[in-house]
Write a protein that binds this ligand. Structure first.
Ligand SMILES: [Mg+2]
Length: 111
């Protein structure tokens, strides 16, 4: 593993090692529809942390679960999450923001 634990490369390598350890690719764990269901499950756990007033440590753990799944989905679908992230950030930084019902929304506002 890369010594820089903050890098997305090191994190992706760790997720790849997890996939390899359990042979996720060979045992259905990289099926995209299944992964979407798992990600929805983790999003629900994040939601429960907020709605049930759980502590920040619990919220952080559930966010990590979702991030690990997202990184694994990039592995399964064979794309660079790193490249996708920076391409999207560049787009987001050009977008307008509006206040909608008291909350900021950053979007293309096409309609
Ligand atoms: Mg979880």
């Amino acid at each position: 593993m890369s010594p820089n634990r903050d890098s997305i490369t090191a994190m992706t390598e760790a997720v790849q090692a997890f996939h390899d350890k359990h042979d996720l690719k060979g045992r259905g764990g990289e099926d995209l529809a299944y992964r979407v269901a798992l990600m929805a499950e983790e999003l629900g756990e994040i939601s429960a942390c907020v709605t049930k007033g759980k502590d920040t440590e619990s919220l952080a753990e559930e966010c990590a679960d979702l991030l690990i799944l997202l990184m694994g989905t990039a592995i399964a679908a064979d794309f660079s999450l790193d490249k996708a992230f920076w391409a999207k950030m560049e787009k987001l930084m050009t977008r307008e923001s509006r206040m909608i019902n008291g909350r900021i929304r950053v979007s293309e506002f096409r309609t």
